[in-house]
Design a protein around this ligand. Structure first.
Ligand SMILES: NC(=O)c1ccc[n+]([C@@H]2O[C@H](COP(=O)([O-])OP(=O)(O)OC[C@H]3O[C@@H](n4cnc5c(N)ncnc54)[C@H](OP(=O)(O)O)[C@@H]3O)[C@@H](O)[C@H]2O)c1
Length: 248
């Protein structure tokens, strides 16, 4: 019985490795850096199977899916965690940057779900790491936010379609990982409600075992989710832009 974790080499992904390594026979740790993957195995033991794949590369995504189909592993957990983000107006992204972000955040996660489903029995789990930014449109992280809204929507539908396999969209707010820059123009950036990766993972594993299709780990972001449901998005976007104005 295995767990597959993408973006396993740091942050939230590494926390999943830490938590799941003792629960399954092996963890397929997917990442693009051989060095980081080998270091992960040194830290967590021989049950970690490094799988090198750059999930912005179509051929490498398809090759990884083909590996799943050819090895037919019994998959207890699939964690689609790899993701990338950048705060900037869409007009400042190159076409290649946009294509890479959508490939990593959405295309890879979707194709890997499809490849894994036949090898997941009742009682298994898919955790797709979305974000609280999926709850409303967010200018200046428009691409990231829209890519996570896709993942949230996709995961909730997948959960209905696949009885017995719990599919959970994990939607944390700010998480203290290397994804978040610490300063901007020499000024310290404040991230309201920021939590460590361990809190996100503990709560995601609890929630998926309760059968929840969405996991939000803190009261602060559960409240933000409620607000985004009751506040017209035009107003919610204005509030967001006001909050980040000093950084853009
Ligand atoms: N940090 C937050 O505030 C926050 C909030 C909500 C949701 N999330 C989501 O949580 C997930 C994990 O992020 P994190 O915060 O733990 O950040 P992180 O520490 O930067 O981890 C991102 C992971 O994705 C991997 N990755 C990036 N590009 C890749 C590619 N082309 N192919 C394969 N793997 C790739 C990274 O590998 P490398 O080490 O090789 O770069 C790394 O292991 C992401 O989906 C992110 O969107 C984060």
């Amino acid at each position: 019985m295995i767990a597959i974790i993408t973006g396993a080499t740091g942050g939230i992904g590494e926390e999943f490795v830490k938590r799941l390594a003792g629960e399954v026979d092996s963890v397929w740790a997917v990442g693009r850096s051989e060095e980081k993957l080998n270091a992960l195995r040194d830290r967590y033991g021989d049950s970690i199977i490094p799988v090198k794949a750059d999930l912005s590369d179509r051929d490498e995504i398809f090759a990884f899916c083909a590996k799943i189909v050819s090895e037919k592993p019994e998959i207890k957990y699939l964690v689609n965690n790899a993701g990338t983000a950048r705060m900037a107006p869409v007009s400042e992204f190159t076409l290649e940057e946009i294509s890479d972000m959508l490939d990593i955040n959405d295309k890879a996660a979707t194709l890997i779900c499809r490849a894994c489903l036949p090898y997941m029995a009742k009682g298994s789990y898919i955790l797709n790491i979305a974000s609280a930014s999926a709850f409303q449109p967010n200018p200046y992280i428009a691409l990231y936010s829209a890519s996570k809204a896709y993942l949230l929507s996709f995961t909730r539908s997948l959960n209905v379609e696949n009885e017995g396999i719990t599919c959970t969209a994990v939607c944390p707010g700010w998480v203290d990982t290397k994804m978040l820059p610490k300063t901007n123009n020499g000024k310290e950036i404040k991230y309201p409600g920021m939590v460590p990766a361990s809190v996100v993972v503990e709560s995601a594993l609890k929630d998926c075992k309760k059968g929840k299709d969405v996991s939000v780990c803190s009261f602060y972001y559960r409240y933000m989710r409620f607000l985004s449901k009751v506040t017209p998005h035009k107003i919610a976007m204005k509030m967001w832009v006001r909050a980040i104005r000093q950084y853009i």
